[in-house]
Write a protein that binds this ligand. Structure first.
Ligand code: NOJ
Length: 736
């Protein structure tokens, strides 16, 4: 960063101009999700920020698979490729900053935005996050790690206080963000919620203390949209940029002449109306689950007044402006030197290539949960495709991550395009599941229905007549609210049961935002979890059903029911009581909690079958350089293992190393096992490969509120397996 240039600009800016750089506005063109107007006098151009993790929310863009599918690929290199593609799409639309990745931990199985997050595990999240961020940043675009931190539910997200121990924050909720910062993320978005009593947009301890001082983050902290509550608290608490700094009406209808005329009249000001008229109108079109967008101008006049009154030092504003200018400078937008790491200054989007990448990510994120041998399908098999939405691609969930795809392939189209068998039939069977959208106008849910309604019996009959039945089921999750339950909506479970009874060769394809109940899992011949696969949905599905080895492994535990999860059983843990949600399970999130409670999941974390078959041998672990808490990223254990594909077809294996710690000091409970390293490897039929995994010291450490990161002496179990519960080799190492 050229500090000199930033300093020179800073000293040339007037107070008004500085304030223009710390508060968003509506994009006059109406394309960016967030916009900083810049200062024309000093050639500081506008800055465009755009949603979001699954693709670019600006006109048409490639709708990539949901982030949880990327988590399921267990492959940082793939995350990097995706980041690069997103950066290219961001730049091709003229924007500067991508509002992604979403790095919250999947704590609540019904969380409304689980599909936007990577995993329930901090290490898997951190590894994928770092690579995603690296891909975006080397693509010449600023990445935004969001939502910092503990935004683990949508229910009352705008006000709820997450009461969470420092240990759980450090061990579970923060590592993904730390990895994103280490990988060079330009920005961090503060979450809506409060943490231990303070709104995240004004959380000095976490923003100034942890993020900046401890982790050395030099980028910009922005608020979530309308997530600022107080000018002085946010200014002193570490927020740099108030977003969006505009009302929803200005944001979503910037070119409306009526609105502009109304704003020009300044009626509210003249009539002394508070809230103003524009907000009263906006309130009518915003949904529940959204924060109150009024007021939205804390870093404008209120901050100016606070500075004039001596409540906020101008130097505090200067440091914010310096960080915003630092972001400009880093992107090369101050002097026109902007390029990606390959020196490309004006990337164009190859839509075909990006569609293909969306297909690869969807395939690699697909988890083959169960298979009695019906898969892969034979080309000549006749197929009955059944399911309420099987004739449309599942392109993400509702909310700010919604993307308008460049094209789509539905499961029906994908399978029809692949098989040479005549007549792939399609029957909906039950009522279509609504795909919630944050941008639906009231009443648009009453979509006009074309053609005949669903016919349950016809679906079952078609299934009985075909060689193989493929039932496609889904949920419908959205930002702003959590799912009511882990059950599939509507009568889909009934449909699956009837179809599996009618045809023993039934493949169930589950497109869901996170874990769902799957009560019929033992009766289906195969169960395939594809999350929200994005625009290439059906193409990727056909790849997998016809034999491409799905590389996916579960990034979350699939329990039998909500009550099996560690957040269940106490309203205070979820959804919270009196605006507080107590993270009473501590570090026992996801599989850590299932292990502690001795609950058998339906499918464990890390699980996923392959069409190939793998043997493990020669596990050896060498302890290297345990040096107390000096360098947590230093390698603590070198794990060597040989894996062999004993099938006569290629396959992909994800080697997973878990560490079981020694007994901790009295009063400290530690998880039975924790993911410590992993590697996704593609092996030809018959191929044998020695793989080495390196376990960083951090993976062995626990966080002690008094002593900080601590590596206990004693015997550690190192287990290599195919999931958290499928152990293939184990050794013990003694650390002193
Ligand atoms: C609110 C969401 O929480 C955030 O993820 C998104 O980037 C902003 N809205 C802007 O759409």
């Amino acid at each position: 960063m050229s500090d000199g240039r930033v300093d020179a600009l800073l000293s040339a800016l007037t107070l008004d101009e500085k304030l223009r750089l710390v508060r968003g506005r509506a994009d006059p063109e109406g394309h960016a999700t967030g916009y900083v107007p810049g200062v024309e006098r000093l050639d500081i151009p506008p800055l465009g920020l755009v949603d979001g993790p699954l693709g670019i929310r600006d006109r048409q863009a490639t709708a990539f698979p949901a982030t949880i599918a990327l988590g399921a690929a267990w492959d940082p290199d793939l995350a990097r490729r995706l980041g690069r593609a997103l950066a290219a799409e961001t730049r091709a639309r003229g924007h500067d900053v991508l509002l992604a990745p979403g790095l919250n931990i999947v704590r609540v199985p019904t969380g409304g935005r689980n599909f936007e997050y990577l995993s329930e595990d901090p290490l898997l999240t951190a590894e994928a996050a770092a690579a995603y961020v690296d891909g975006v940043e080397t693509g010449g675009v600023g990445a935004t790690a969001k939502h910092f931190v503990a935004n683990n539910q949508e229910r009352r997200r705008d006000t709820v206080d997450a009461v969470v121990s420092e240990r759980a924050l450090r061990e579970i909720y923060l590592p993904g963000f730390r990895a994103a910062v280490d990988a060079g993320a330009s920005a961090v978005m503060a979450a809506y919620n409060r943490v231990n009593g303070h709104y995240m947009s004004e959380h000095q301890q976490l923003l100034d203390g942890v993020l900046r001082e401890e982790w050395g983050f030099g980028g910009v902290v922005m608020s979530d949209w309308w997530g600022t509550h107080d000018a002085v608290a946010a200014a002193d608490g570490g927020l740099d940029l108030e977003m969006p700094g505009a009302s929803p009406l200005e944001l979503f209808a910037p070119n409306s002449r009526g609105l502009r005329a109304m704003l020009r009249l300044r009626l509210s000001e003249r009539l002394d109306l508070d809230p103003p008229l524009v907000w009263r109108l906006a309130d009518r079109v915003t949904d529940d689950g959204q924060p109150d967008p009024y007021p939205f101008d804390f870093f404008g006049d209120p901050l100016r007044r606070a500075i004039a009154d001596g409540l906020v030092a101008e130097a505090t504003l200067d440091s914010k402006v310096r960080r915003v200018l630092g972001l400009y400078d880093r992107l090369g937008t101050l002097d026109g030197s902007r390029s990606d790491s390959a020196g490309d200054t004006a990337p164009t989007v190859d839509r075909d290539a990006h569609h293909d990448l969306a297909r690869v990510v969807a395939r690699r994120g697909t988890v083959l949960l169960a298979n009695d041998g019906v898969l892969p399908l034979e080309d000549g098999d006749t197929l009955a495709v059944v399911g309420p939405n099987a004739d449309e691609a599942k392109v993400g969930g509702g909310g700010s991550s919604e993307v308008t795809p460049t094209r789509t392939v539905s499961p029906v189209e994908g399978l029809r395009g692949r098989t040479s068998a005549p007549g792939v039939t399609f029957e909906r069977g039950v009522e279509r599941v609504a795909n919630p959208s944050m941008f639906d106008l009231p009443g648009s849910g009453l979509r006009r229905r074309l053609g005949r309604g669903p016919d349950f019996d016809a679906a079952v009959e078609a299934a009985a007549d075909a060689d193989v039945a493929v039932v496609v089921v889904q949920d419908g999750a959205t930002e702003g609210e959590d799912r009511d339950s882990m059950a599939l909506p509507g009568k889909q479970d009934r449909l699956v049961r009837a179809v599996t009874e009618a045809n023993p060769d039934t493949v169930v394809v589950c497109r869901s935002s996170g874990p769902v109940e799957l009560p019929w899992a033992d009766d289906a011949a195969a169960v395939v979890q594809t999350w929200y696969p994005g625009q290439a949905d059906g193409a990727a599905l056909a790849d997998v059903l016809y034999g491409a080895d799905p590389g996916g492994r579960l990034p979350v535990t699939v329990g039998r029911r909500f009550d099996d999860y560690p957040v269940a059983g106490d309203e205070r843990r979820y959804p919270g009581e009196h605006e507080h949600v107590h993270y009473g399970e501590g570090v026992f999130v996801g599989y850590r909690g299932f292990d502690r409670d001795g609950v058998a999941p339906r499918f464990p974390f890390g699980h996923g079958l392959s069409y190939a078959a793998f043997d493990y041998a020669d596990l050896a672990v060498e302890a290297t350089g345990i040096d107390g808490t000096a360098d947590l990223e230093a390698t603590a254990l070198d794990v060597a293992v040989t894996v062999e594909n004993r099938a006569d077809r290629p396959g992909r294996e994800v080697l997973q190393a878990y560490v079981g710690p020694p007994a901790a000091p009295a009063g400290v409970d530690r998880p039975e096992r924790e993911l410590a390293a992993f590697e996704s490897v593609a092996l030809d039929g018959g191929e044998r490969r020695a793989v080495s995994l390196s376990v960083p010291q951090r993976a062995l450490a626990r966080y002690d509120p008094r002593d900080g990161w601590t590596v206990d002496a004693g015997e550690y179990a190192v287990v290599v397996g195919r999931s958290a519960r499928d152990e293939r080799a184990r050794v013990s190492v003694e650390l002193s």
